[in-house]
Design a protein around this ligand. Structure first.
Ligand SMILES: [Zn+2]
Length: 78
């Protein structure tokens, strides 16, 4: 039971890179969408306010997750 990897190491490596790049791209797209949404809330004066309870989101949380829409308490309830 030998895999084709042994005969074609280059091809195997290339496809592994492709899988990793696709996953990375998905993460970047998601982060970008979160930041764009955060910018819209910033323009509307709603940035840093929890969407669920209306209380301010802790600055430490916004620093760690700039795209956060809810406070820690509401995020934990989900
Ligand atoms: Zn909340």
């Amino acid at each position: 039971m030998f895999s084709d990897d042994e005969h074609d190491p280059e091809g195997s490596t290339a496809s592994m890179d492709q899988v990793r790049d696709t996953a990375l791209l998905a993460t970047v797209r998601r982060t970008l969408a979160e930041l764009l949404a955060a910018r819209e809330r910033l323009d509307a004066g709603a940035y840093g306010v929890c969407e669920s309870c209306g209380r301010p989101i802790a600055p430490e949380r916004l620093e760690a997750r700039p795209g956060a829409r809810t406070c820690v308490a509401c995020a934990a309830r989900r």
